[in-house]
Design a protein around this ligand. Structure first.
Ligand code: C2O
Ligand code: CU
Ligand code: CU
Length: 495
């Protein structure tokens, strides 16, 4: 039995069963997921240097292929990759200049590439049945998606604010294992507004993709798929239906890495690309931490934070200032939710720094909840009495052909997300603003334009959203990837 189950049983007497409904269980550990342990011998933390993914500017080609990577020192891990690395290359686009990314599928499985946070036409969004098939794949999908063979272009208008986006697999029923095995990368949008700010740039602007994984003795990834070929049978061992946690935290694909920095400000683009793990990132010794951006780009004003709580899918752009630390100081980042290590910064020495965090970062409209046209309620819950394929939105499992909401473009709506357990809720096409948690003020991690919001057990969150620009089929779903694969996804069509 796993830790979270034992914790759950131990705390049963203390934990209220959620108001969200019958069958709700509340895990006190802060996780709705199960831990998978590694059998490989693991390195000491803070020995492996932090890798920085290669950058591709503008139009580019990515070959999706199997690659044997050295993730754990001395072992090989066979992964599904974008371009032979994990994370995949960081794509950099300029606002207003469309970017064409040509993907070629040389993997043994179909894929669907989703640009998470992208304001893109529906046929470029990586809808789960809109698959890119490998050569020789015999396709008999029940869903009749618009499949393509071997190679296709994804055309991104990039008509949106500078922001830290990411791309990842979204294949119907198999996004969890395929992202876990490596199909994820950053896609940054830059613009003049952001360039004009005196923020850290170049090698002081670090994308940090945080994931957790478990490894077998031979270095291969452990994941509880029912069908390890990922060819036919979707789903995981029922014990892991809450979500899969690994016992090794990878940052940019390296286990608990270390990175040398000058004693100056750095911008960290934090992305939680884990399947199911949440983090409370804490810096030890305490280090000045200011949030400057969220999923949808710059905040209006900087927000000092003590720590960063991140659910799967979320991004936090923060500026950390190492200036107060003397040379040789080791600043450890830990996950306060379990006390485990994440990574370490080793402060080299003093250096000149002409950066600062201005009082005003950006100006944008604050969506007015009083001006909304309608409210929609989306209930995220487990179907009671079942184990696999048991996650529901408004009581229904995902059906890619069923339209769960028709949403007129240009109309301001309140979407209320109601949850039984932890569900990080993500909306495609346009970002939203959090307007209330449980009818009260938004929390410390809700600032700015968001596309993914962390909903706690037996809670509800109201967001204001207005879709623009593109008509077609999009998704609202839980970004716990095991929940997503096991049907916690809904289709809405913009009209
Ligand atoms: Cu990052 Cu629909 O997902
Ligand atoms: Cu998305
Ligand atoms: Cu969920």
């Amino acid at each position: 039995m796993s830790l979270s189950r034992r914790g759950f049983l131990g705390a049963m007497g203390l934990t209220a069963i959620g108001a969200a409904g019958v069958g709700a269980v509340v895990f006190p550990s802060g996780e709705t997921a199960e831990l998978l342990r590694s059998r490989a011998s693991l390195p000491e933390p803070f020995r492996v240097p932090l890798p920085i993914p290669a950058m591709l500017e503008g139009d580019c080609e990515i070959i999706q292929r199997v690659a044997d990577l050295e993730i754990l020192p001395g072992l090989r891990t066979s992964m599904l990759t974008y371009g032979g690395t994990f994370p995949g290359p960081t794509i950099v686009s300029r606002r207003g200049t469309r970017t064409v990314v040509t993907h070629r599928n040389e993997l043994p499985v179909p894929t669907a590439v989703h640009l998470h946070g992208g304001h893109v036409p529906a046929d470029q969004d990586g809808y789960p049945t809109d698959m890119l098939l490998p050569a020789g794949w015999d396709h008999h999908s029940a869903h009749g998606g618009a499949v393509t063979r071997v190679t296709r272009e994804y055309v991104y208008p990039c008509d949106q604010r500078a922001a830290t986006l990411w791309y990842h697999d979204h294949r119907m029923d198999f996004a969890g294992p395929q992202v876990y095995r490596g199909l994820a990368g950053f896609h940054l949008i830059t613009d003049d507004e952001e360039d004009a700010l005196p923020l850290p740039k170049g090698d002081r602007d670090l994308p940090l993709m945080i994931t957790d994984r478990a490894f077998d003795a031979d270095g291969s990834l452990r994941y509880p798929s029912l069908d390890s070929t990922l060819r036919q049978v979707p789903g995981v061992d029922p014990d892991f239906a809450e979500g899969v946690l690994g016992d090794v935290v990878l940052v940019n694909g390296a286990p608990w890495p270390v990175h040398e920095v000058d004693a100056v400000r750095h911008r960290l683009r934090l992305l939680n690309a884990s399947n199911a793990r949440r983090y409370r990132l804490e810096f030890d010794p305490p280090t000045s931490l200011v949030q400057i951006g969220s999923d949808g780009g710059l905040l209006d004003r900087p927000r000092p934070l003590d720590d960063v709580v991140m659910a799967p899918g979320e991004r936090f752009d923060v500026v950390v200032d190492f200036a107060a630390h003397s040379p040789g100081t080791e600043v450890t980042v830990r996950n306060g939710l379990d006390g485990g290590p994440v990574m370490r910064f080793r402060v080299r020495g003093k250096a000149s720094d002409d950066t600062r965090v201005p009082e005003t970062l950006s100006r944008y409209e604050r969506l007015d909840p009083a001006a909304t046209v309608r409210t929609r309620v989306w209930r995220f819950s487990r179907k009671s009495g079942t184990k696999s394929h048991s996650w529901r939105i408004n009581g229904e499992p995902f059906d890619p052909d069923r339209v769960d909401a028709a949403v007129p473009l240009g109309e301001l709506e309140i979407w209320r997300f109601v949850s039984d357990l932890h569900h990080p809720v993500h909306v495609h096409l346009d970002p939203f603003q959090v307007v209330a948690r449980r009818g009260h003020a938004p929390g410390p991690y809700d600032g700015g334009w968001k596309d993914t919001v962390d909903i706690g057990p037996a809670d509800y969150v109201d967001v204001a959203v207005r879709f623009t620009g593109h008509k077609g089929q999009y998704l609202v779903h839980c970004h716990n990837l095991e929940h997503e694969d096991m049907a916690m996804m809904a289709r809405f069509d913009t009209t």
